[in-house]
Design a binder for this molecule. Sequence first.
Ligand SMILES: N[C@@H](CCC(=O)N[C@@H](CS)C(=O)NCC(=O)O)C(=O)O
Length: 225
Amino acid sequence: MKTLYLTRHAPNPRKAVLLLASKGIDVDNIDDLNVVDIDLSKKEHYTEEFNAINPMNTVPTMTLSDGTVLNDSQAICEYLDRVYGERSVMGNDVVQRAKVCAMRRIAEFEVLYNFMLAFQHSSPTKAERVDQAPEFAPKSIGRAIKALPYFESALEGHEYLVNDQLSFADLVLYIGLDFGSKLDFDPTAHGDNLARFYKAMDAKFGNDALKDTIKKIKAENDSED
Ligand SMILES: N[C@@H](CCC(=O)N[C@@H](CS)C(=O)NCC(=O)O)C(=O)O
């Protein structure tokens, strides 16, 4: 049996949940995968048991049946993408894969990561883990905003970032924008294309819509088989 340790509202574990959802798969409904919810506010990632599995004390973390531990969201998503579902959301040929990788990294490092820094430097819940510099929070939000024109122009005339197909890059950009929306940032106020993208992704991958989206994508995949 494999086990995926996650915290559903946190952005890095959310990547794994949404990657599976985008393939019509419900993370809670995979025969050989056990899901364990980790409550960060209760410091469940610092228990002796969890620390023994992942001394970095982060989620997501995944253990495979042979004892292998994956303790990084990108590694876990690569694994889940290859093992579950048919069509890859990392890209289906070498060029598409490289383009998705590039877009995903820019979305991650310029958008999501900067919002995470803003949160880590401003939230009392992170005070123990991070040597906080509160003035870093607005600067980090500003840095994320600086990257947005790049995505605004990539989405001109396109629903998705790469080859007009939903990919992992879209999921990471959406997760970044959505995480920013919990801070002092409005994802619908930085260009028409980004606003359209955010609203469409949220209608599919927002928490309220997720179960229905999985059913729809699964039905579409089944009808293509
Ligand atoms: N490189 C890691 C980073 C994971 C990470 O930072 N996860 C956050 C949740 S989004 C976490 O576990 N934070 C623990 C804490 O803040 O104490 C990955 O992408 O998996």
